[in-house]
Design a binder for this molecule. Structure first.
Ligand code: PLP
Length: 370
């Protein structure tokens, strides 16, 4: 068999993005067993670095095996029981996914629907919290399908007062735009590795607050998932717990995440958030003369993922295909009601750099004959 011949791509879609060379090198390190003391030291270091990146002191902070959706499922399967009320702010693909997952788990799901491309109405969310007293109140901090950023600050107090827990999806925001779990007083926050952490897809960093843990321990019914059962996972992860085997840790992905987190912390979170902000601003300014306009108003924008309305008459699918096949640059199209009307351009992690914006813009100008 021939060796793989993967074409080089500049990945400026909704994720994954390109990897820094240090992360690629980490993936090529020799395997260790998942109970090897050297590997377990790495796991402990990953947990500690994740606490710093999430800005939390939560002891239960770790990477779930699986992509971002596994983080979402880990949050819900461990905290919901059939019949529980769940409130979800729905204004994009990932709010829809959260609500559908709650349905599958037998929850009584209340969808707070709002237009795709705008942040949800906080007053309506809080009114629903007060009247419905949900077990879980869920929102997507960075809605990758629309490019909207939604502020979790100030919501946890009323959710807690109503006897519930606040769940926040930070798959696209973590390490790209401010995430502050303890300041938000959020109870479960999950993310993914392939966005602003610049790792391959395959792990889902999660953090559970002490309040969430207490709710988990008070369950009366078994967790309806073997793989994502927090109690079982903690028997392996808890350094004081004897390290019982549950499932084989994805060893190479843990190496990659260790390296990626070190790079994030070396850069500094504020500097990294600023870099994402600046790259998005550069992109919006550079594409304005070509007739691309932001879908999302300023103040509600997700910096790692910019959504742009297209100039009239553009063959968006054809142009996107030429960008990929002829020029090796991937960008994303719209989803759901936004299909065919917007582009989604990700400048995430390692890729949030002026030279990538310049390459995309100059290539587009060429293809458009401008
Ligand atoms: N939540 C958000 C906001 C996402 O952008 C994604 C993926 O793009 C997910 C959840 C699901 O993550 P994954 O596709 O890694 O399972």
């Amino acid at each position: 068999m021939n060796a793989l011949a993967i074409p080089p791509r500049l990945l400026l879609g909704p994720g994954p993005g390109n990897l820094p060379p240090e992360v690629l090198a980490a993936l090529a390190q020799p395997l260790l067993g998942h109970l090897d003391p050297v590997f377990l030291t790495l796991v402990e270091e990953v947990k500690e670095m994740l606490r710093r990146v999430f800005r939390t002191a939560n002891p239960v902070t770790f990477p779930v095996s699986g992509t971002g959706s596994a983080g979402m499922e880990a949050a819900l399967v461990n905290l919901l029981q059939p019949g529980d009320r769940v409130l979800v702010a729905v204004n994009g693909v990932f709010g829809v996914r959260l609500a559908n997952l709650a349905d599958r788990l037998g929850a009584n799901t209340l969808r707070l629907e709002s237009p795709w491309g705008r942040a949800f109405d906080r007053a309506a969310f809080l009114a629903a919290v007060a009247s419905e007293r949900p077990r879980l109140a869920c929102l997507v901090n960075g809605e990758t399908s629309t490019g909207v950023w939604q502020d979790p600050a100030g919501l946890a107090g009323p959710v807690h007062a109503a006897g519930g827990l606040l769940v926040v999806d930070c798959v696209t925001s973590l390490a790209g735009q401010e995430v502050a779990v303890d300041d938000w007083q959020a109870d479960v926050v999950y993310a993914g590795t392939q966005k602003c952490l610049s790792c391959p897809p395959g792990l889902a960093p999660v953090t559970f607050s002490p309040r969430a843990l207490e709710a988990f321990r008070a369950r009366t019914q078994p967790v309806p998932s073997f793989y994502l059962d927090l109690g079982e996972i903690l028997k392996y992860l808890d350094a004081g717990g004897g390290r019982a085997y549950h499932h084989t840790a994805p060893i190479s992905m843990v190496y990659a995440l260790h390296q990626a987190l070190s790079l994030v912390l070396d850069e500094g979170l504020e500097a990294r958030w600023q870099r994402h902000h600046d790259a998005a601003a550069q992109l919006i300014t550079a594409l304005a003369p070509l007739g691309f306009t932001p879908l999302v108003p300023e103040g509600e924008r997700l910096h790692p993922l910019t959504t742009l309305k297209l100039p009239a008459g553009l063959d968006e699918a054809g142009l996107r295909r030429r960008l990929l096949v002829e020029e090796g640059i991937e960008i994303g199209g719209g989803l759901g009601p936004l299909a065919g009307t917007i582009w989604r351009i990700g400048l995430m992690g390692h890729n949030a750099r002026p030279e990538h914006v310049e390459r995309l813009v100059s290539t587009l100008k060429c293809l458009l004959g401008r």
